[in-house]
Design a protein around this ligand. Structure first.
Ligand code: A2P
Length: 273
């Protein structure tokens, strides 16, 4: 299993997680069970993935105890707002068939709706009620985070953002770190990086596969990567990254791959439902 990292609220989180998008149905139930058997303890889902029921079924079927699993889900855009967020959370808990989630994130800030501060206040209340252990955000830029801090004083434990070797988001990560917010990375393998020469040369040097190089790079930068795989061998490989180290030259070579290559939505304009 992946070592734990401390959160700013005193709890801790596994340093690698299992991403579930866009899997669903039986394929996902099988995959989550395999991931738990392989040693994943952080499972990342979202209301908008429409797969929470499948995640819940897989948790029920697994012999891993609830208390040993770090379950994370996200508030969808159409549920933003104070009352709507409370209802959205309850619906997620019901679909996941659990009493609480370990982590609940605002999925996207949706600044045009201007409801993320109200949503955040609802999450603070739900945390006090015991329905959520830790609260965080996803796809937040510094301006969005500043508003949460100014208007509530409650700092998110994580900010889950798009991260891969050609989109390392150095400034956003530095901002997160200054505020004691851990960065989680979605799409940690990027696109087309598996046969990038820098990555394949490092893979040869360390006798690892390219995915392991990219995930190890992320963890050495204190990023919690959330690789998704439906294949048990690749799941295992993606977790098997704690017995080798990229040296300073290796890290510098990967740093040169930054081309600001965003693949997903820009948080200022992205719409999500
Ligand atoms: P598969 O599910 O067949 O393993 P990301 O985590 O960046 O969203 O990337 C997920 C994609 O990368 C999936 O298509 C997944 O396919 C593939 N993938 C995951 N792990 C590996 C790996 N170790 N080597 C090659 N491809 C991988």
């Amino acid at each position: 299993a992946a070592p734990l990292l401390p959160l700013n609220d005193g709890k801790s989180i596994p340093s690698v997680g299992f991403g579930t998008y866009p899997m669903k149905d039986q394929q996902l139930e099988t995959a989550v069970q395999a991931a738990l058997l392989t040693g994943y303890r952080l499972i990342d889902t979202a209301a908008s993935y429409e797969n929470e029921t499948n995640v819940g079924n897989a948790l029920q079927a697994s012999s891993v105890e609830r208390k040993d699993i770090f379950l994370s889900t996200k508030l969808r855009g159409s549920d933003q707002g104070y009352d709507a967020a409370l209802r959205g959370l309850d619906a997620s808990l019901q679909r996941l068939n659990v009493e609480y989630v370990d982590l609940y994130l605002i999925h996207w800030p949706l600044p045009a709706k201007d409801l993320y501060v109200e949503s955040w206040k609802a999450m603070i209340a739900a945390q006090k009620d015991g329905k959520i252990r830790s609260i965080g955000v996803s796809n937040f830029k510094p301006a969005h985070l500043e508003r949460l801090l100014q208007e509530t004083g409650v700092v998110p434990v994580v900010n889950q953002i798009e991260i891969h070797a050609d989109f390392p988001q150095n400034e956003q990560r530095a901002f997160n770190a200054r505020h004691n917010i851990l960065t989680q990375g979605w799409s940690p393998l990027g696109k087309g990086l598996m046969d990038n020469p820098t990555i394949t040369q490092l893979a040869e040097k360390h006798n690892r596969n390219p995915a392991q190089i990219m995930l190890r790079w992320a963890t050495q930068l204190q990023i919690i990567p959330l690789p998704k795989s439906g294949n048990p061998d690749r799941m295992r490989a993606n977790l098997d990254i704690f017995d080798f180290t990229l040296d300073a030259d290796d890290m510098a070579a990967i740093a040169k791959l930054d081309t600001n290559n965003r693949l997903g939505g820009d948080p200022d304009t992205h719409e999500e439902f």
